[in-house]
Design a binder for this molecule. Sequence first.
Ligand SMILES: [Zn+2]
Length: 90
Amino acid sequence: MSTVAKVKCYSCNNVFEIYLQERNLDAELRCPYCLKDMEEQSKSKLFSAIGVFDELNRDFRKYSSDRSENLFQFDLVTVENPIDFDFLKR
Ligand SMILES: [Zn+2]
């Protein structure tokens, strides 16, 4: 298994992928289609989030194989038209 972040660029509406193994903190991160740069602090936060995400899923797999715990794996997606979560606030 491998963690990959899908990033949508709203300048050109394309989606590109960032593999955890490929992340390079020193290199600039830019959309491969329209070459717009991602700002440095945002890039750092993005790589940090990918790392946390990957680590948790790895831990789930490890606990499952080492301690026979139930296996969970999670994904995050951004939806353009979220359902109404107002009921959670009541
Ligand atoms: Zn773009």
